[in-house]
Every structure is written in C-alpha cells, then in structure tokens.
Design a protein around this ligand. Structure first.
Ligand SMILES: Cc1cc2nc3c(=O)[nH]c(=O)nc-3n(C[C@H](O)[C@H](O)[C@H](O)COP(=O)(O)O)c2cc1C
Length: 277
C-alpha cells in the first residue's frame, strides 16, 4: 500500500520493499504463528528502486528467509512522493514483462499477476501466457456482476449456473446476518457487511435510488433482512431475476501479446544475496 497514511509512517506498506530482510523475518514469524500458507503482495519497485534486479533481490531474500512461496505482483512500481493512492494505481506504468520474468527466474515459487486486468477475457489472456493466478481488484469491486458473474464459466469451464442477483442476495442475507456484530461493539456493522454489494446493480435501472436508500438504511437497519426489505424495492424484478447474460464481456485479448519478447535479462543472485540461501 502506497498510501501516505500507511507507507508515510516509514515502516508499513510498500516502503517495506526497501527492507527485504525485515520482510523476510516478519514473514517467518507470521508463518510460525499460523497454520495457513502465507503470501506477500508487492509492487515491482519503489521510486527509483525499480530495476528488475532489485525486484528479484526482494523476492530472493524474502523467500530465502521465510516459508513464503507465493507472491502477488501488482505489476507497477509505487511512488512515495505524496501522490494519492488512487494516482499510485494509475500513473506508474504497468510492466507485465517483470511479472513474466519472475516466472522464468523463480521456477519454484508461485506468482499471481495483478494490476490493470479488467475482465475474464484479460484474466484468461494472462493465464494463456503462463500466469499461475490472476488477482482482479477494481473491476471486481466496481462491476461485480459483469466481472465476477462470468468467472465460473469463462475461467473454470463450469456450466452456467443461471443464478440471479435475487438468489445471490438471499444467500448473502444469511451470511450477513450470521456475521453482523460478531466481533463485538456492533462490528462488523450493516454498512461494512453491505458495502461489497453496493455496485451490484451498476448501470441498471434503479441503481441510483438503491444506493440512496442504502445510505439511509445504514442509519437504522439492524439486520440484513430489514436492509434488503427497505432497499430492494428500488430495483425492478426484471433486473433482480435476470440470470447473468450469456456472452462473455469484451476485454483486451492482446493485453499480454509479445510480453515474452520483452523480458529483462535473467536474474543472477549476487554473492551478497546468495548468503540468504
Ligand atoms: C479502495 C482500494 C483499497 C485497496 N486496499 C488494498 C489493501 O489494503 N492491500 C493491498 O494489497 N492492496 C489494496 N488495494 C490495491 C489492489 O489490491 C490492487 O493491487 C490494485 O487495485 C491494482 O489492481 P487492479 O488494477 O485490478 O485494481 C486497494 C485498491 C483499492 C481500489
């Protein structure tokens, strides 16, 4: 995270990439205190520490010092010069060739690609070039129905489930009501539990009214059931009961075209780095 609130404090967020030894040691402690596999999400560099070799040194040290075997690579560097977090997700250019070079140079590790991948078409394009996995951030959040609705069929080859948003919300209601207030002090609250749903009707009739109703329902609703009773009247039945549209949405099929022609030179761990092995 490049946010000044986080990285600005000097020892959190993306600034940690400048101290791979510390990250390796921290990951070691984290891994020793959990039963699940641990992973690191990082950028490809920070400010002018943006060479492919420096990225490799980071991966090499962290994976040598800790059991971390999985890295999620947001394939642009971060700028710590005070630009907003949103600009930091837009301005530094994406360098997918660094990601694909990591697959070549660290064959024993797992890498998930992230950054600027906006549809299942583009996720499949990344997988075709050899990506181990794909993380989609903003597209999934801003257009969940359009982006995620096609994942099972287009990525995993499952038959279309024909599920509707009404059915999804019924299941979400059960889940939401089972977690509300569980952490104590009324947390998570309705707003926190319902937030991931707010873009579910993006570009559909009733979307604006549903969001306004949601804003006012956050003030007093105590259950997801009452939240939905109060807000879903904004959405026509034809929208609530429509299954995901058949065709896969468009995307840039050629997003990773020729990426393998532009890979940086192979990584050679320097002697100093080799000490970590
Ligand atoms: C509102 C928002 C909050 C985010 N918070 C985090 C976070 O806490 N940790 C993290 O690693 N990335 C965070 N990200 C970054 C995303 O995980 C992702 O790396 C980034 O958006 C690029 O992927 P995309 O182009 O698919 O969105 C956040 C992104 C957004 C838009």
């Amino acid at each position: 995270c490049p946010s000044p609130k986080v990285a600005g404090h000097g020892c959190f967020g993306v600034r940690l990439m400048l101290d791979p030894k510390f990250v390796g040691e921290a990951m070691s402690v984290i891994a020793a205190n959990t039963n699940v596999p641990v992973s690191v999400k990082c950028r490809i560099g920070v400010d002018d520490h943006d060479s492919y070799n420096e990225l490799c040194d980071f991966i090499y040290k962290v994976s040598s010092l800790s059991p971390t075997r999985h890295f999620i690579i947001h394939s642009r560097k971060a700028l710590l010069n005070g630009i907003s977090p949103a600009d930091n997700r837009r301005i530094p250019p994406l360098k997918y060739e660094f990601y694909y070079a990591l697959l070549r140079d660290f064959p024993d590790l797992t890498f998930t690609i992230n950054g600027g991948i906006n549809s299942v078409v583009e996720a499949n394009a990344a997988l075709r070039e050899g990506a181990h996995g794909v993380m989609v951030g903003r597209a999934a959040y801003h257009y969940p129905w359009q982006t995620l609705g096609h994942v099972d069929t287009a990525i995993y080859g499952a038959p279309s489930s024909g599920i509707t948003r009404r059915e999804i919300l019924q299941r979400y209601q059960e889940y939401g009501d089972s977690v509300l207030g569980k952490d104590g002090n009324n947390r998570p609250n309705i707003r926190e539990v319902a937030k991931p749903l707010l873009n579910l009707f993006y570009s559909e009739p009733g979307n604006g009214l549903w969001k306004r109703k949601a804003d006012s329902a956050f003030m007093h609703c105590k259950t997801m059931k009452s939240f939905f009773e109060e807000t879903l009247v904004a959405i026509p039945d034809s929208v609530l009961d429509a299954p995901i549209a058949g065709g896969v949405p468009s995307g840039r099929e050629d997003l990773f075209a020729n990426v393998h022609d532009f890979l940086p030179p192979q990584y050679q761990a320097r002697e100093e780095e080799a000490l970590y092995a």
